[in-house]
Design a protein around this ligand. Sequence first.
Ligand SMILES: NC(=O)C1=CN([C@@H]2O[C@H](COP(=O)(O)OP(=O)(O)OC[C@H]3O[C@@H](n4cnc5c(N)ncnc54)[C@H](OP(=O)(O)O)[C@@H]3O)[C@@H](O)[C@H]2O)C=CC1
Ligand SMILES: Cc1cn([C@H]2C[C@H](O)[C@@H](COP(=O)(O)OP(=O)(O)O[C@H]3O[C@@H](C)C(=O)[C@@H](O)[C@H]3O)O2)c(=O)[nH]c1=O
Ligand SMILES: [Mg+2]
Length: 288
Amino acid sequence: MKVLVIGHSGQVARALVERADGDTVTALGRPEIDLAAPDTLARAFDAATPDVVVNAAAYTAVDAAESDEDAARALNATGPGRLAERCAADGVPLIHISTDYVFDGTLDRPYREDDPIAPQSAYGRTKAEGEAAVRAAGGRTLVARTAWVYSPFGKNFVKTMLRVGAERDTLTVVADQHGNPTSALDIADALLALARQSAAWPDGGEIVHVAGRGDTTWCDFARAIVASLPEPPTVKAITTADYPTPATRPANSRLDGTRLAERYGIAMPHWTQSLDVVLARLAGSPEG
Ligand SMILES: NC(=O)C1=CN([C@@H]2O[C@H](COP(=O)(O)OP(=O)(O)OC[C@H]3O[C@@H](n4cnc5c(N)ncnc54)[C@H](OP(=O)(O)O)[C@@H]3O)[C@@H](O)[C@H]2O)C=CC1
Ligand SMILES: Cc1cn([C@H]2C[C@H](O)[C@@H](COP(=O)(O)OP(=O)(O)O[C@H]3O[C@@H](C)C(=O)[C@@H](O)[C@H]3O)O2)c(=O)[nH]c1=O
Ligand SMILES: [Mg+2]
């Protein structure tokens, strides 16, 4: 299988390249493919002749998006719509990655794929528009929603907590937002398994939740991370109100993984198990 990944330097893009298991995975980011300038798609597409495309490129700076919504929209919605049109025209199945932040977080159970979305941030809004844009293109598209992504690569919460945890005696982290930490390495394995099953995707595509098993809060996630440091700092639980940020984040964005397991036979590892894998790699070198 030839997989074209849109995005090159990001966490999921790098994980997909690393986890390619007998498949040819080519990750193209800027300048070869600039999703904010969709005209660059055609040439890269012609060169790659993919069997499946995975869009792993996005504007992921949640707080910055509040004051930069047009740029976020170009990358998270307009570009993916154009990409999906190209895939539809060529009959190439597309996996488009989306986020738990499309939900408002008021539900008292994990979100299922068909629960109503109601994004509370500019990032979430533009990602929700992206979901609609790729599905409107009419091709065979799977929207894979994931959450709280960490990995040995790039910037993420795990690496931030390790860095600040080594510098300070006390960290303060919100304890009233609940979600599923997800290793990009596990996302890559799941997406490649989904890509191999593209012939079985429903016509018109669907949404599927792809997140780590088990849930936690950012505070308990931080505690599990810094426990690996030689001199772990104290992690003090605070509320969202104590930690004002430009973007509103959902209090509950846990994702239900039943569809992934039952329709596609894919079981995500528990987040604690995958965290150990990533921490062990980061202990060896800064990019794992
Ligand atoms: N990070 C998280 O916690 C979560 C992420 N997601 C979603 O998962 C997906 C992958 O996220 P993640 O790997 O963390 O992202 P990163 O922030 O690590 O990487 C962003 C990616 O976007 C690419 N990119 C940025 N601008 C452009 C552009 N103009 N044209 C083409 N590519 C561009 C970058 O590639 P390059 O620099 O090589 O051009 C890079 O591969 C996204 O859809 C995101 O919304 C969902 C839930 C949680
Ligand atoms: C760094 C830090 C963060 N926090 C809080 C802020 C926030 O509520 C939570 C997580 O902070 P971050 O900024 O790392 O997380 P955030 O950027 O909101 O992460 C999100 O990114 C996008 C791309 C997604 O799609 C989401 O699934 C999610 O992973 O922890 C603290 O309480 N203390 C701290 O020291
Ligand atoms: Mg962030």
